[in-house]
Ligand binder design. Structure first.
Ligand code: DGY
Length: 320
């Protein structure tokens, strides 16, 4: 019987379905990532791995996984997997695109609103009993409607954010590898080179995946180009941004605030300077975290494994 190792506790219904045909072992923790030595040992024995974005699937693991046929990542991003090494080892890699598009776009837009309108700060203020009277500029934020949104990385999630932004009468700019004519026609999005976008946007939203090309693409030079009233949002991957430059830009007033779902190192240390800044809204990589969407992601990852182990084509294979 083929063996599947699942690197985190997922929905029982999904596990039970797999157990009907396979030998399934689960790292039974919701909060703690599987330790590296356990992952390596399991990879050695398994035919399939159902992985999270916090699991590193690299050459070391793949070179000692003689039975491994498929790694099904429960995320749309797959920068935690060395896809080239997997291909060389004859291991199929799958991800969970599409099913999380709207949910992640909702989170991106929430961060835009929460940062601009200072929602966490205001919520804290009232809970701390600091509200003594209404006053004209009490916790005054910035408007979102009719402002300019610059989207860096216009994949499906970017286009779903553009749809939301159009409903807020925003002017939409985007920068990505290839023009998205549909978004241009439907939401009036305009393609810009990165410099132009950074100079013109009131909100800069990064959704780019992490690749060798995008690593560190937003650094000191890019923050200097942004308006000093700009709000920077990252829902893509932390290392696309040079975090030290982000901290400097916020400290020096080169930009006005930041809304962050992803970080250079996750989990971010609680001593990190970003977490003590009033103009930063930080959340712990929850882009796709709704119970509905996470269930669909688990199910899709499991279906990909089932397909490969049954000798069928996976539903959502990653190709380079
Ligand atoms: C993904 O799926 O890559 C997202 O970052 C998860 O929230």
């Amino acid at each position: 019987m083929s063996k599947i190792f699942i690197t985190r506790k997922i929905d029982d219904a999904v596990i039970d379905e797999l157990k009907k045909s396979f030998d399934v072992e689960v790292w039974d923790s919701e909060d703690e990532a599987v330790p590296r030595d356990v992952l390596l040992k399991q990879a050695k024995e398994s035919h399939a791995l159902l992985t999270m974005l916090s699991d590193q699937i690299d050459e070391e693991l793949l070179s000692d996984a003689p039975h491994l046929k498929v790694v099904a990542n429960m995320a749309v991003g797959y920068d935690n997997i060395d896809v080239e090494a997997a291909e060389k080892a004859g291991v199929i890699v799958t991800n969970t695109p599409d099913v999380l598009t709207d949910t992640t776009a909702d989170l991106a837009f929430s961060l835009i609103l929460a940062t601009a309108r200072r929602i966490p700060e205001a919520a804290d203020y009232i809970k701390q009993g600091e509200w003594t009277s209404w006053s004209p500029y009490l916790l005054a934020g910035r408007d979102v409607h009719h402002k300019t949104l610059g989207i860096v990385g216009m994949g499906k999630i970017g286009q779903a954010v553009a749809k939301r932004a159009a409903g807020f009468d925003m002017n939409i700019l985007y920068h990505t590898r290839s023009r998205k004519t549909e978004a241009e026609e439907q939401f009036g999005a305009q393609y810009k080179n990165l410099s132009d976008l950074l100079e013109k946007a009131d909100f800069v939203l990064v959704l780019a995946p992490l690749t060798e090309e995008t690593r560190g693409m937003i650094g000191a030079e890019q923050f200097k180009k942004m308006k000093d009233s700009a709000i920077f949002i990252n829902v893509g991957r932390g290392p696309v941004v040079d975090e030290k430059s982000l901290v400097d830009a916020l400290r020096n007033g080169d930009i006005a605030g930041a809304g962050l779902d992803v970080f250079e190192k996750e989990p971010i240390s609680k001593e990190h300077p970003l977490l003590s800044m009033e103009n930063v809204v930080a959340v712990p990589h929850i882009g796709s975290a709704t119970t509905e969407t996470r269930y669909i992601m688990m199910k899709l990852a499991a279906d990909n494994i089932k397909a490969v182990l049954n000798g069928e084509k996976p539903l959502t294979r990653v190709t380079r």
